[in-house]
Design a protein around this ligand. Structure first.
Ligand SMILES: NC(=O)c1ccc[n+]([C@@H]2O[C@H](COP(=O)([O-])OP(=O)(O)OC[C@H]3O[C@@H](n4cnc5c(N)ncnc54)[C@H](OP(=O)(O)O)[C@@H]3O)[C@@H](O)[C@H]2O)c1
Length: 333
């Protein structure tokens, strides 16, 4: 590709990451309708496309594609220099049926999973390990201490917490505990955030600023809604797998969201970019956001999304987008 992604600092960490991360949730994933979204060959083509744009920040999880996502990334990395990439993965969701310790953040599950992840990724360490969800059944002191052990023995470099809204206070409490005992705190968060999913604005974003956490949003395109390929009162396009997911239509195909999309379309026409590029550029221009994790099912989609790195928005355009569909929380900008 004829673009080169820049790097940005991750919160207050020393780590540098690409300004756009690539998400691999759909590698090896079957939709609710039973369709495989991305097979191994396509997964490697997508990683090649990201690499060709200078992309260095890859997001996965132990459960994506039942481990296929990590395994396929590991196989792809085998022909490359592991040191060039920042690999983030996650633990929480069940990995063993009928095993009460086969899920969550209990020590037994964390220890078994970190070994499996390193094996599948064929690497000695993970750059960022996220708790995929908060585990209220396990005391924070148990998982913070266990996670700190992974940092101390070199298997993990940084800790992150994903999707814990609305419980921002839980992260602060866990970080205070970690600091009291000299353990590694969370330094990055991964919430859902895009122009039509604005729940984190308000207390959560304020907490991230106070704690100096990096914010790496998932679903920056609202699982495809913000690409503009869905129209009011029209049949769903055939080249979409997101709409196979239960609840997706009710969540995204609302009149309020289409009104936000109208503003995205307006700005896209003004800057000569696609709707997807404007939605991603909004995040790049957002002072609180470190780097959005874009998803893509095809290399054409990914190329289009990565070209968002070349889209400049004026302050007025950014504010118009920010005002469109702003949620119940006051914008903090
Ligand atoms: N921490 C968490 O709990 C969590 C949760 C979800 C995701 N994530 C991470 O965030 C990543 C991104 O999430 P996401 O897949 O929901 O992201 P997204 O970027 O909002 O949506 C990606 C989907 O939108 C469609 N799309 C993307 N670019 C397009 C384009 N240019 N034109 C038309 N359609 C396009 C594709 O689906 P179709 O072609 O099928 O429409 C694609 O699979 C995941 O891979 C994962 O790494 C984390």
């Amino acid at each position: 590709m004829d673009i080169a992604l820049d790097t940005v600092s991750m919160g207050r960490m020393g780590l540098q990451v690409s300004e756009i991360a690539f998400g691999t949730w759909r590698f090896g994933r079957e939709t609710d309708a039973g369709n495989l979204e991305i097979d191994r060959e396509r997964a490697h083509e997508l990683l090649d496309t990201y690499d060709a744009a200078g992309g260095r920040f890859i997001d996965t999880a132990n459960v994506y594609g039942d481990g296929k996502s990590e395994r396929w990334i590991g196989e792809w990395l085998a022909d490359r220099d592991r040191e060039d990439f920042v690999i983030a993965s996650k633990i929480y969701f069940p990995t063993r049926d009928d095993d009460p310790n086969g899920n969550g953040l209990n020590r037994k599950h964390l220890r078994r999973q970190i070994e499996g992840m390193l094996d599948r990724l064929d690497t000695e360490y993970i750059d960022i390990l996220y708790t995929h969800r908060w585990d209220d059944a396990t005391p924070a002191r148990e998982f913070m201490r266990t996670l700190d052990g992974f940092v101390q023995d070199g298997r993990v470099n940084y800790l992150g917490a994903s999707t814990l809204r609305p419980n921002a206070w839980k992260l602060v409490k866990a970080n205070e505990l970690a600091r009291r005992y000299g353990w590694e705190p969370f330094t990055v968060t991964q919430p859902r955030y895009n122009l039509v999913d604005r729940e984190i604005e308000g207390e959560y974003v304020e907490m991230c600023r106070e704690e100096e956490l990096g914010i790496v949003p998932w679903s920056p395109l609202a699982q495809g809604f913000l690409t503009g390929k869905y129209e009011r009162d029209a049949d769903l396009p055939e080249d979409s797998t997101a709409s196979d997911s239960e609840g997706w239509e009710d969540r995204y195909l609302t009149e309020a969201n289409f009104q936000t999309l109208d503003v995205v379309r307006e700005v896209a026409a003004e800057v000569g970019a696609s709707e997807a590029q404007v939605a991603i550029a909004f995040q790049r221009h957002h002072p609180q956001i470190t780097a959005p994790i874009v998803g893509a099912r095809t290399t054409d989609q990914l190329e289009e999304n990565l070209r968002a790195a070349t889209v400049d928005l004026s302050t007025e355009q950014f504010e118009r987008l920010d005002d469109a569909g702003a949620g119940p929380f006051d914008s903090l900008l």
